[in-house]
Unconditional design. Structure first.
Length: 149
């Protein structure tokens, strides 16, 4: 289970490598979730929470980590993920609610998890796909238990 780690910085996103003042609020569980992901999962690189329009509300980035994508590319990727979840929503009445989606690239694995308030959690992990399954399921289970999905 996750432990809270207060030493990690959460920041509102201006660019993936630069902080700015808070523009929007996320709830306490979402803030705790971002702290715990980077604090407890060594393979995590970036954790982002965005709204349904793809606006980045908060992010947390591991120290000494540089994003592979520009801010515009990241926003575009978020919008594609939101579009995919919108398409999945059409099937939910027949197959149930979606819990998470994983996309594996050569350099990273990305997991998206729908959150309450129409928000989306977007996490980038390094490492082997099978080595990350336990980490991914830890995130999913914490969200399910603590955020009522």
């Amino acid at each position: 289970m996750f432990k809270e780690n207060s030493t990690l910085r959460l920041c509102c996103l201006n660019s993936l490598n630069q902080t700015m003042s808070v523009i929007q609020q996320i709830n306490g569980n979402e803030e705790k979730l971002l702290n715990m992901i980077l604090g407890e999962i060594p393979s995590s690189r970036v954790a982002i929470i965005c709204d349904h329009d793809g606006n980045i509300l908060w992010n947390s980035i591991r120290d000494n980590t540089t994003s592979f994508l520009t801010l515009d590319e990241t926003k575009e990727s978020l919008k594609r993920s939101i579009g995919s979840w919108d398409k999945r929503n059409q099937l939910f009445p027949k197959i149930g609610n979606g819990k998470y989606a994983i996309v594996a690239y050569d350099r990273i694995k990305r997991i998206t998890i729908p959150l309450p308030n129409n928000h989306l959690l977007f996490v980038s992990l390094e490492g082997e796909e099978f080595g990350n399954i336990k980490n991914i399921m830890t995130i999913v289970n914490w969200v399910d238990s603590n955020m009522g999905l």
